[in-house]
Write a protein that binds this ligand. Sequence first.
Ligand code: NAD
Length: 490
Amino acid sequence: MTRQIDHVPADTRMPDYDQLFLFIDGEWIDRGTRDGLDVFNPATGDVIGTLPVATEADIQNALNAAEKGFHVWRQISPFERGKILRQAATLIRERSSAIAIRMSLEEGKPVAEARGEVNVAADMFDWFAEEGRRSYGRVIPSRSEGTRYLVLREPVGPTAAFSPWNFPATSPARKIAASLGAGCSCIVKPAEETPATCLAIARALADAGLPKGVLNVLYGSPEAISSQLISSPVIRKISFTGSTVVGKKLAHLAADGVKRMTLELGGHAPVVIFEDADIEKTAQLAVAAKFRNAGQVCISPTRFYVHENVHDQFVDAFIASARLLRIGSGVDPETQMGPLANPRRLAAMTRLVEDAVAVGGELRLGGHRIGNQGNFWEPTLLVDVPEHTAMMNEEPFGPIAMTSRFKTFDEAVTAANRLPFGLAAYAFTQSDKTAMAISNALESGMVGLNTFAISVPETPFGGVKESGFGSEGGIEGLDAYLATKFVSQA
Ligand code: NAD
């Protein structure tokens, strides 16, 4: 049975969107005679801005600026660098309401959710400002008298960062803050679909006193920009968040230059719900986590493996809670779930649901587009979905949850681990013994036990298997931007 959900119409009194620029060597570069790329509001389909498309010369200018910026920035002490990053964090927080509205207009998420994200982005600058001061080396006892063995940790060099559209603030912030905290310069290419948010972050850094060329922001053809940046000898480290397909392409390019990489490539998170879990509470937490950012989250809980004795109770509670969600334009303060970020996601939702229903998955909630304006899709739940369906194998990246029943612990673990992804996994149980056993058994970079909250700046964020390698937060996040140098002094 499906249910029609009321569609809250998009707010007709749209707030202003920013003029869009490239940011190279401290200059804000407008479109001029360059090609343009339109930016759309996903709640209405309207064009809200036009991006300048970076030319080959712009990309080269950014490389030159990053090279020059690196030499300036690495000479500044971590203590002084930290002051600039912390000042940028303060400015981002002060401007969070305005930035959140821009983000909501370009990405679709509710403004309150966007504001929370902007504040976490500010926290990332604080974290890496401090961690940069702790890039400790060490002294190793030497073998001969009068000699010293020193291990130094140095910034790896100019970095190239590629971030996606689903987290327009935290995704670029993680990469920029870690680069700058370590003493590297950075060229970032955020997603063309959501450009204003990262430009606002760059503006805060510039206003905080970041020297010219230390951060550069490019938009245009992702392929042209990534191939020119990664093949340049200037770039010493690459960080990419996005799809596995693109991540593999960039890994090939990086391999040619033997360049370090951090890859965060999404997942298909399993949630194992044991018989002894608090089912009502788990269902409520699951709805909040699943439909955050309309499910366009790489750690979104997706495959719910529920013990057969509590499966139906969980499904009923999940549906009851999901029916309460208010769907609408992100800039409407009442909205709890906004539209999908682009029409590609709508097409993907339609294909995944039709495929699953055709082979026996039972559609219990949603499953359809809402209205014909904007990219709205109903919160959706399918139960008893066969393993061979597309949605059980392909990251849905949208507001779709699916369930499957299990009887034994081993059966649940095998099902949870069967995909080539390993980013996030979750388990719910009131038994400490089961919690420890399942956290050991899950093949995943991050595990939430009785919680879906697994991402803050001070904890490592990253995956295993085809979800990528390297971690972006925590002390590991800084380490990824540091090279080790051994000095033997006689
Ligand atoms: P896509 O594969 O076209 O693009 C993914 C991201 O990579 C975008 O930000 C895009 O700008 C960038 N990109 C594409 N080609 C590139 C290139 N040659 N060089 C550098 N960057 C490039 O996919 P999409 O339609 O935007 O999203 C589809 C899928 O991507 C989703 O279903 C999801 O699985 C995955 N995705 C994952 C994340 C994540 O947080 N890990 C974020 C966004 C998308």
